[in-house]
Design a protein around this ligand. Structure first.
Ligand code: ADP
Length: 419
């Protein structure tokens, strides 16, 4: 089958995301066979990325028949909350969002012996029925191997990149080559190849011992034209922390090359990193001046709050502080309790209350669109005390972390304007 056909087929099979989700980069961690440390690498990537403090991270345990993520994170007893709108992932000790079939089964020890199509459906449900909200990175622990189930995942979810994990023994076989070829055929960018369990470090002298002889991983990666992202030793601390469910306590810095590569991964193939940085700066400075209320202007803002601070979970905040700003001073304010979480309800209610701008922490792209359709601008990425945020809004220094349509503010510049 040609690559073009593959792409078309893949596009048509992609699952719709939940309307409240906006997932910027979805990265699958794949291996040619089980037991090489794919789950370990997935968990560590999530932990290290979360530690940077820059990103919102989610982990989907797509290894439905061998789920191990809850155990690694010590989250086996956690229960996902369910609402009319869908299910929420659990939050690990360091606030990584996690969903796994193990969190849903009555008896997590029972083997999952469902067939391929059902497994594929579960993964789709993890995508379109789970409310992940805004994520910068979603890591998928893939089913092992190159069979039907990983193929279904590849076809069902819009992946932005793949990291392949291999052990030294696997490298000499055809297995890792199959995995690389599978990823290439699906036309999903390969971020690189990580070698796991390549060596160990002598606890007495600190010398590296190559257990399987000289490593050929870098050469294999070069032969396939994919980046080599370094190797990780067999490490007793890793094994212990994994067994204890404390992987988030890892104090050693493995996978630094992989983290560096992930930080450069563009959002859905569009790099904002270098090419668009200048444009983005320009846009931000324009936004700043647009967001600052002008002399004589009246603006009604609604800030989603939780315990006096901007809520990071917009749909689940305590309520909204609705504030009138006139001539750039605070004229009036009142509190509106959160009426509950139904799609479209809040945009309508706040529109009826003549709110012009909503300020929130995180908010899904679907919700932003609904506000914009109701003639309400959205500023996301705000955090901290309500008073400070309102002050920076009035000073014109509050910048949205997401792209927001500002055109609705200006009746004459909005193409399809009904506001
Ligand atoms: P896979 O997901 O590929 O099946 P796992 O991540 O579950 O593999 O790893 C298999 C076993 O090896 C687990 O018990 C895991 O804790 C352990 N393990 C994986 N990588 C390492 C490592 N670098 N050092 C020590 N133990 C490891």
């Amino acid at each position: 089958m040609s690559q073009q056909n593959n792409n078309n087929e893949r596009q048509s099979m992609l699952a719709e995301n939940h309307p409240l989700n906006q997932i910027k980069r979805t990265v699958a961690v794949l291996s040619g066979k089980g037991g090489v440390g794919k789950s370990m690498v997935t968990a560590l990537l999530a932990v290290y990325m979360q530690r940077t403090g820059k990103y919102r991270i989610g982990v989907m345990d797509a290894d439905i028949t061998g789920p191990s993520m809850p155990k690694l994170f010590g989250a086996e007893e956690f229960t996902p909350k369910t609402t009319d709108q869908g299910m929420f992932p659990v939050r690990t000790h360091s606030d990584i969002q996690l969903m796994s079939i193990n969190l849903l089964l009555d008896s997590p020890d029972a083997p999952v012996i469902w067939r391929g199509p059902i497994l594929g459906n579960v993964i789709k449900q993890f995508w379109n029925e789970v409310i992940w909200g805004d994520l910068d990175f979603m890591f998928l622990d893939m089913p092992p191997g190159t069979g039907d189930v990983p193929l279904t995942v590849f076809q069902s979810l819009p992946l932005d990149g793949i990291i392949i994990v291999a052990s030294p023994q696997e490298l000499v076989s055809m297995i890792v080559k199959k995995a690389i070829n599978m990823a290439k055929m699906m036309d999903i960018p390969i971020i690189g190849l990580v070698e796991n369990m390549s060596h160990t470090v002598c606890p007495n002298c600190g010398k590296e011992i190559a257990l399987f002889g000289e490593s050929h991983t870098a050469q294999v990666a070069a032969d396939f034209g994919i980046p080599y992202l370094g190797s990780m030793p067999i490490d007793p601390d890793l094994a212990r922390l994994a067994d204890e469910g404390h992987i988030e306590r890892i104090h050693k810095n493995f996978l630094t090359d992989a983290i560096e590569a992930l930080e450069k991964l563009p959002v859905h193939g569009v790099s904002y990193v270098e090419k668009d940085a200048e444009e983005l700066d320009k846009k931000n400075s324009q936004n700043q001046s647009e967001e600052k209320p002008q002399e004589g202007e009246k603006v009604r803002i609604a800030v989603s709050i939780e315990a006096g601070e901007v809520s990071q979970h917009f749909g689940h905040c305590e309520g909204f502080q609705i504030i009138d700003i006139e001539n750039n001073t605070l004229a009036k304010e009142e509190f509106m309790a959160n009426p509950g979480h139904k799609p479209g309800l809040l945009p309508r209610l706040l529109h009826e209350r003549q709110v012009n701008v909503v300020i929130a922490g995180g908010m899904g792209g679907g919700a932003v669109d609904m506000f914009n359709e109701n003639c309400i601008d959205v500023i996301t990425g705000a955090s901290g005390k309500l008073t400070d945020v309102v002050e920076s809004y009035m000073a014109g220094t509050l910048v949205s972390s997401e792209s927001v349509c500002h055109e609705h503010q200006h009746a004459d510049s909005c193409g399809d304007n009904h506001c």
